[in-house]
Design a protein around this ligand. Structure first.
Ligand code: ADP
Length: 634
């Protein structure tokens, strides 16, 4: 058990969960190349705690306990070799201590461990992103003590650990609300007792914190002769500039400052890809500052993950991760909105149906779309990286944001048969510019892999006619495309569904072929019984013997498969089997007199069409057996 320097009662020892211990070990043994980040993390926690207090106090003024001057203080005791970070924020109850910095691994912990690369520089930057910042104290300390009291509560809690497998928890006292984190510095870490060194680190990391971070500072004395021995007077002075960056005029903010600010709001260490800073002064007055990150957050595909927009009202922080300010498909955007029209005591419930918020949101979406369009037009490399990182999520906007559908669709990029590579670089406008004379529709195919899309038998006739087809294989594509009907008067048509657009000659040929092969088709239909909706001669195949075609409103076969696997009940939409009557295999089938062998051949033809479609056979072993029998006979 840790020997404590604070007056405590009922001390008990607890053991950390394995993942927490793992993090601690890592902090101690592997992340010492960028030690000073612990200070950034602890000050950021202290500042968050003050923000939380301010928010809770909006509806319960008593929480201020008579002191509403919020600040963070950093102090050292050279003799005891301790560095203390104190705040008068919300503090923590005993349960909160256990949940937040005690026994239990938090959700980001595992994700953090999974992302580790072994590169110290990189790994130490990950700390802030995954919510394991507190433990970075152990990079420089061999013992950490926390004394904290939640605003409005009477007992305080003492927590201490040496960063090994366990920690001490006890009741204690703290006159004022808030938290002290006391670091007992390791040998060789004296630099963090140095006033000048601390100031420079604090300035670097905390200039964007809108709260004063103070240190005791000597004030020049106008001492009389003979009073030199008197200890110089000191007072708490802010080390950071504590000015909210977004309130300054745009032309006074340098790119460097924008980038630094991004790093502090987004807990990201890489530079942002782009940003847009707006002061709106129309019907509503507000300032917004939005950033597009240059890399994916770890929880991008989790639709419930936290969003990155902070809400301020008249420069007072109200809440993190506001979901009402940015739609889901722009959940990768980071930044803030500072409104002058909302009441300070605004609640989450109130925000959900609020005219001011709705108006800010719709203007904000337009700003972000404009920012992305600007990249697409002027900075193709940046745009490409944006699309690689966020394209899949952005596409959800086609479904989610009806009002901006056309604009979103214009930004989207796809792979297509034009290049036949998986790279998503074709816009709908590029496609339209390349449409063949007489071509009415925009053709696409969805499949569960790029290879399956590219090699699908459905493309054969389109390739022969040199019609371009968009090749879609992201998970969201089938769902997204089911919501897209047209773009600038051109309809979107899946090449795997419905009928093909035919010239009059082609139509006549098709009818003739159908007439001539009526008996043959019927024989196949009988052999397949109710596995298919129908059988018909194909105009879309030039190389493959057969393919399956879904009705226009039906779900693609590979999607049906996916949903079935996920346990969904889906309507049984039967495909139509299309045959390439010119294919040697089909011709051979036509002449087959033996009914049993005819049946086997038909099954094999049907089976391969299912497989080519990304579907699964009901009886794979039976299929293989039939195939082998036929191969042997051949
Ligand atoms: P993060 O701050 O990213 O959530 P940390 O490991 O740094 O992750 O902190 C874990 C949690 O502990 C915080 O989310 C917060 O709830 C709590 N906490 C940490 N420091 C303080 C503090 N000074 N005052 C109040 N709560 C704190």
């Amino acid at each position: 058990m840790v020997e404590n320097t604070v007056n405590t009662q009922n001390a008990e020892s607890h053991v950390f969960e394995a993942e927490v211990s793992q993090i601690l070990k890592l902090m101690i043994h592997s992340l010492y190349s960028n030690k000073e980040i612990f200070l950034r993390e602890l000050i950021s926690n202290a500042s968050d705690a003050c923000d939380k207090l301010r928010f809770e106090a909006l509806s319960n003024d008593a929480l201020y306990e008579g002191d509403s001057e919020l600040q963070v203080r950093v102090s050292v005791d050279k003799e005891a070799r301790t560095l203390t970070i104190s705040d008068n924020g919300i503090g923590m109850s005993k349960d909160e201590v256990v949940n937040n910095i005690g026994t239990i691994a938090r959700s980001g912990t595992k994700a953090f461990l999974e992302q580790l690369s072994g590169d110290q520089q990189k790994d130490s930057h990950l700390i802030g992103q995954f919510g394991v910042g507190f433990y970075s104290s152990f990079i420089v300390a061999d013992q950490v003590e926390v004394v904290t009291r939640r605003a409005g509560e009477s007992t305080a809690t003492y927590w201490a650990s040496e960063g090994t497998g366990e920690y001490t928890l006890a009741d204690t006292e703290r006159e004022k609300r808030g938290t002290d984190v006391v670091l007992h510095l390791r040998e060789d870490e004296e630099e963090f007792l140095d006033d000048w060194r601390l100031r420079s680190v604090i300035k670097r990391y905390s200039d964007n914190i809108s709260l004063p971070v103070q240190m005791l500072t000597e004030i020049p004395s106008d001492s009389e002769e003979g009073e030199e021995d008197k200890a110089p007077e000191k007072e708490w002075q802010a080390v950071n500039s504590a000015k909210a960056l977004w309130t300054r005029a745009k032309n006074e903010i340098s790119d460097e400052e924008y980038k630094e600010f991004y790093k502090s709001v987004a807990h990201d260490w890489t530079d942002p890809q782009a940003w847009v800073h707006t002061k709106a002064e129309g019907k509503y007055e507000y300032t917004s500052l939005f950033y597009i990150p240059s890399q994916k957050p770890f929880d991008l595909y989790d639709r419930d993950a936290t969003h990155g927009i902070k809400l301020y009202v008249q420069r007072v922080f109200i809440m993190d991760d506001n979901k009402d300010l940015m739609p889901n498909y722009l959940r990768f955007v980071r930044g803030l909105v500072d409104s002058n029209d909302l009441p300070l005591n605004v609640s989450r419930e109130l925000l959900q149906s609020n005219r001011v918020i709705d108006s800010i949101r719709s203007a904000s979406v337009k700003k972000v779309l404009g920012l992305i369009e600007g990249m697409a037009k002027n900075e193709p490399e940046k745009f490409e990286s944006f699309w690689t990182n966020f394209g899949q999520v952005f596409k959800e906007g086609i479904v989610e944001d009806f009002a901006n559908r056309e604009r979103i669709l214009k930004i989207c990029r796809f792979a297509s048969t034009h290049k036949d590579t998986p790279e998503q670089s074709v816009s709908v406008e590029d496609y339209i510019a390349r449409m063949k004379p007489g071509q009415e529709s925009i053709y696409y195919i969805t499949a569960d892999s790029f290879a399956a899309a590219k090699n699908s038998p459905h493309l054969e006739a389109f390739r022969a006619k040199e019609y371009e087809v968009l090749l879609l294989n992201d998970r969201v594509d089938e769902w997204v495309m089911s919501h897209v009907t047209e773009f600038e008067g051109k309809s979107f048509v899946s090449v795997a569904k419905g009928d093909l657009e035919l010239s009059d000659d082609e139509k006549a040929d098709k009818e003739k072929a159908a007439e001539e092969s009526k008996d043959f088709i019927e024989r196949i239909q009988n052999a397949l019984k109710d596995q298919v909706e129908g059988v018909r001669p194909s105009t879309r195949l030039t190389q493959s013997p057969a393919c399956l075609v879904m009705g226009e409103q039906d779900m693609a076969l590979h999607m049906q498969q996916l949903l079935k696997q996920a346990g969904h009940e889906i309507p049984a939409n039967k495909p139509t089997l299309e045959l390439n009557l010119d294919h040697p295999l089909v011709k051979r089938l036509d002449g087959e007199g033996d009914d049993a062998r005819f049946g086997d051949l038909v099954e094999v033809l049907y089976g391969q069409a299912v497989i080519a479609e990304g579907g699964q056979l009901d009886d794979p072993a039976g299929f293989v057996k039939k195939l082998n029998t036929l191969l042997t006979a051949a």
